[in-house]
Every structure is written in structure tokens, then in C-alpha cells.
Design a protein around this ligand. Structure first.
Ligand code: NAD
Length: 492
């Protein structure tokens, strides 16, 4: 079991490599620039990241362009076999990937071992298996002709991903992109490059040809901007903030109209009706939906809306359930929460707690803690009695801080939940089937979970309405981000 392993010793033995991975090889940035990679859980430097700029991006795009010619002509069955070998090799390195993910982000080792890495592997296998099942169409056309509509890969795809689930969110992009015959230049967040770099290396070792899967490391303002403005990238798949999404749209418009899919921010509600059969389960899942991964989840259900008659009981149950997310040293092998991604981000989240205390009340939590020499830890925190229009109800906090609001009717609950510029997810708890259907119909969000939170599965599309972006990750719909229909008309 995870708890029996001495993860601290293993972490001490790790020698993570933060150099970019281009054309099947590790490389420093052309400029020679490097930046420290910090473990936010203890403040220690664990590696040096290559700070790539436009020269490195040009090189990565050019090798990816060259590799596209062969990879796109490799049969889908062969691509499937290669990607399955890649998944098998990554599986052999599960613990190493989980450890890299933990020391880079402050996530709990228990979580990266039990959740993050296994789910990345499952998604990789799912798309490998789907590679030879992406079908075209033979439409009805006038006699004397036959038309074939095929799904064609787009070419060189860039992926830019955030730090909250580095490996999983990278795989959500790379697996469908590669399975459908594109080549890839992926830029991880400057806060979390280590696991993805190792994954690219394993892909190459497993037989993914040189230049097919490249990773360029660096900052958003230079490496990210160079990718989004590049004239030879055909599509850009992004997961990150709504703010950066806007700059990517502008960059696409200014450059070559590269196709975009944008998984942006969220501020998702969790509506608990008084008729909920199992209030205990609802409270436990509400805690999970708000505090798991230190609350750094795009679809976190951090606006908790509770019907008045059960308010007190629910708040008590939620407080008990939140105790499971108390911060611990992430490498201790126990359960709890790890550190936030950086001290700076912890400062920003803490400001929300201060505002909550000033403008309302702290129902529980609210403390910043120091563990293993780092103060990037926050207690799971619930804010309440804030005015309806308070920014804490509307802006993404992206930390272990949820807000509690009370409602008196179904209509009011739906109105409160929809009162946001985002539309990524929402949850509803009720025993009334008709109500579940009505409320699910009226909520404006990409995923509605009924009597659970954050339902995410390889077979179901994930993405947003409104300012949460467009395009869908996961499921067969993700192939729409990486392929285009080509009509070939045969006249005879
Ligand atoms: P971010 O938008 O700051 O950064 C995301 C990525 O974009 C990073 O790799 C960063 O280097 C890069 N970037 C930054 N500026 C750029 C620029 N000008 N041009 C090109 N690239 C640039 O987001 P973050 O802080 O890493 O992650 C948190 C955000 O991600 C939250 O808003 C969260 O909701 C969102 N998110 C969304 C989903 C989803 O599926 N909808 C999933 C996870 C996270």
C-alpha cells in the first residue's frame, strides 16, 4: 500500500530533468536560460527547467511538421499499437510519474498514485483503442457520383496546459491528438513540467517516432505566446484561465487562424435540496467537490447552495467531512490535502479568506499552516453570510475555499447557480426525479452531476458553456478538436 512506502526517501533519490524534449532528445533552451523548479510542499529546488523561447519553438514545430508526414500516413492500427505500448511503458513507471507529479506540485502522493496517474493511463489507453475506430461517412449524393467524407488530422497541434492536473490534462490533449494522426508540441505550465517531460521520453522509448510528441518548457508570456502566434501550427488545444483564453483568440486572429479549443475557468454550484435522501453522502461529496486537490479544480463545486430547512444540519455535516482534507506533508503517505501550487497562489487564496472574514463569516477553517518548512498550506475553508453579489460567489478562487448560500425555492436555486459568467459544471442533490430533470435542464453548464459531484469519465465529453470556453475534451467528441472533415467526390 501507498502508506508503507518511504516516499521521502524516494523523492530524495529522484533526479528530475527539466530540460525540454524535442525530436526525441532532451535539450536546453537555445538561450541557455534556466529556471528553478520548486517543490511548493517544502520550498526546495528539485530541478532546473529550460526556459524555451521562439527559437526552441520554431525548432519543435519544424520537427513536428516533418514527423507529421509519416505519422499521419501510419495506419491507424499501427498508431494504436504504438500508443498501447506507450501506455504499458508509462504504467511500468507509475510510481516515478506519481512522485514527479507530487514533488513538482505539492499534491498528495497518495492522490497521484491512486488517482492522477491511473486515470492518465486509462485515458491514454482509451484513445489508443479508439484510434482505428474514428469513422468517416458516405453521404447520399446524386446518381453517377460517390462522396466520401473522411476525418483528417489537422497537422501540427500545440497544447498548452495548466498546473492543477499536469499529467491528466496533458493526456486529455495528447492522446486524441496523436491517435488521430497529428503531431504535437506541448507546453506544460511553468509550475509543473516534470511528469510531462518524463512521459514524452517514455513515449519515445516505447516507439512513438521522433518529432511526433515534443515538449517545450517555459513561461506563458514567451514560450506560450510563441506557440499561439506561430504561423505553422494548425490547432491549439488549451486548458487554463479565461484570461489567457482571450489572448489565444487574439493571437489566432492575428496569425494564421489556427483552430482553438479552450477549456477555461469555472465557478460551479452544488445545489442541495432538503429532500436529499442521504445528506451525509451529500456533505461528503460537497467536501470532495470543494476541497479535493486543495480546491485547485476547474470544475470544483465551490458554490454550495443549500435549502433553508436543512441549512444547519448540512453545515455541521460538511464541517465534519471537510476534516478529511486537512493539510499534511504530501509525502507522508497519509490522506489529507497537500500544499497549494506556490506561495504566491497561497497568498492570493488567503486574500479571499480575509475578504470573507471582513464581509461575512468563516464557518470553518481559515488558517494558513506551515508544514515541512513551507507555508503554502491552507485549511479547507467555508465562507458564509456574504452578500449575494459578493465576488467570492462569482470569481474563481482556485483554492480550498467554498462559499455557502441559502435558498428557499427551486427557481431561486437555479437562478443563483446560473448567476455566473462561467458554465463548466453543476451538481444537484435531490430524491425527486422530476425535479432532477427540471433543474438539470435549466442549469447552464457542460456537465450536470445529479446526486454526485464532478462526474468525469473517458466516455463523456467535458467542457464549458459561456466563458468556460468551447470544444470538448474526453469522449469521441475530443476528436473534433484534432480532425477536420474532408469530402472527396468521385464522378463516374
Ligand atoms: P493559466 O491560464 O495562467 O495558464 C495555463 C497555461 O497557459 C500555462 O501553461 C501558462 O504558461 C500558459 N500561458 C500563460 N499566459 C500565456 C500567454 N499569454 N500565451 C500563451 N500561453 C500562456 O492557468 P493556470 O493558473 O495554469 O491554471 C488555472 C486555471 O486553469 C484556472 O482558471 C482553471 O479553471 C483553469 N482550468 C480549466 C480546466 C478546464 O478543463 N476547463 C481544467 C483545469 C484548469
Amino acid at each position: 500500500p501507498t502508506s508503507d512506502i518511504d516516499w521521502r526517501q524516494r523523492a530524495a533519490d529522484l533526479q528530475p530533468d527539466g530540460r525540454a524534449f524535442i525530436a526525441g532528445k532532451r535539450s536546453d533552451a537555445a538561450s541557455g536560460q534556466k529556471a528553478d523548479v520548486l517543490n511548493p510542499a517544502n520550498g526546495q529546488v528539485v530541478a532546473q527547467m529550460a526556459v524555451c523561447g521562439s527559437a526552441d519553438i520554431d525548432r519543435a514545430v519544424s520537427v513536428a511538421r516533418e514527423a507529421f508526414f509519416t505519422w499521419s500516413r501510419t495506419s491507424a492500427v499501427s498508431r494504436k499499437q504504438i500508443l498501447l505500448r506507450f501506455a504499458a511503458l508509462a504504467e511500468q513507471h507509475q510510481d516515478e510519474l506519481a512522485l514527479l507529479e507530487s514533488v513538482d506540485t505539492g499534491k498528495l502522493i497518495r492522490q497521484t498514485v491512486e488517482d492522477d496517474v491511473p486515470s492518465a493511463l486509462e485515458t491514454l489507453r482509451w484513445y489508443a483503442e479508439a484510434a482505428d475506430k474514428v469513422m468517416g461517412e458516405v453521404p447520399v449524393v446524386p446518381p453517377g457520383a460517390t462522396a466520401v467524407v473522411s476525418r483528417e488530422p489537422l497537422g501540427v497541434v500545440a497544447a498548452i496546459v495548466p498546473w492543477n492536473f499536469p499529467l491528466d490534462l496533458a493526456v486529455w490533449k495528447l492522446a486524441p491528438a496523436l491517435a488521430s494522426g497529428n503531431t504535437l508540441v506541448l507546453k506544460p505550465s511553468e509550475e509543473s513540467c516534470l511528469s510531462i517531460l518524463r512521459l514524452a521520453e517514455l513515449a519515445y522509448e516505447a516507439g512513438v517516432p521522433e518529432g511526433v510528441f515534443n515538449v517545450v518548457t517555459g513561461f506563458g508570456a514567451d514560450a506560450g505566446a510563441a506557440l499561439s502566434n506561430h504561423m505553422d501550427i494548425d490547432a491549439l488545444a488549451f486548458t487554463g484561465s479565461t484570461k489567457v483564453s482571450r489572448t489565444l483568440l487574439e493571437a489566432s486572429a492575428r496569425s494564421n487562424l489556427k483552430r482553438l479549443s479552450l477549456e477555461a475557468g469555472g465557478k460551479s454550484s452544488n445545489i442541495v435540496f432538503a429532500d436529499t435522501t442521504d445528506l451525509q453522502a451529500a456533505a461528503e461529496m460537497a467536501a470532495y467537490g470543494s476541497f479535493y486537490n486543495q480546491g485547485q479544480v476547474c470544475s470544483a463545486n465551490s458554490r454550495i447552495l443549500v435549502e433553508r430547512s436543512i441549512l444547519e444540519e448540512f453545515e455541521g455535516l460538511l464541517k465534519k467531512a471537510a476534516a478529511a482534507y486537512a493539510p499534511v506533508d504530501p509525502l507522508s503517505g497519509t490522506r489529507g490535502n497537500g500544499s497549494l501550487i506556490t506561495r504566491k497562489h497561497t497568498d492570493n487564496v488567503e486574500k479571499w479568506i480575509t475578504r470573507g472574514r471582513q464581509d461575512g463569516e468563516i464557518a470553518f477553517g481559515g488558517e494558513r499552516l506551515e508544514i515541512s518548512g513551507s507555508d503554502a498550506y491552507l485549511e479547507p475553508t467555508l465562507l458564509k453570510n456574504l452578500p449575494r453579489e459578493h465576488p467570492a460567489h462569482h470569481e474563481e478562487i482556485f483554492g480550498p475555499v467554498a462559499t455557502l448560500q441559502v435558498f428557499d425555492s427551486e427557481d431561486e436555486a437555479v437562478a443563483l447557480a446560473n448567476d455566473t459568467v462561467y458554465g463548466l459544471a453543476a451538481s444537484v442533490w435531490t430524491a425527486d426525479l422530476s425535479r432532477a430533470h427540471r433543474v438539470a435542464r435549466d442549469l447552464i453548464a457542460g456537465t450536470i452531476s445529479v446526486n454526485t459531484v464532478n462526474a468525469v469519465h473517458n466516455t463523456t465529453p467535458f467542457g464549458g458553456f459561456k466563458q468556460s470556453g468551447f470544444g470538448r475534451d474526453l469522449s469521441l467528441q475530443a476528436f473534433d478538436n484534432y480532425t477536420a472533415a474532408k469530402t472527396t467526390w468521385f464522378q463516374f
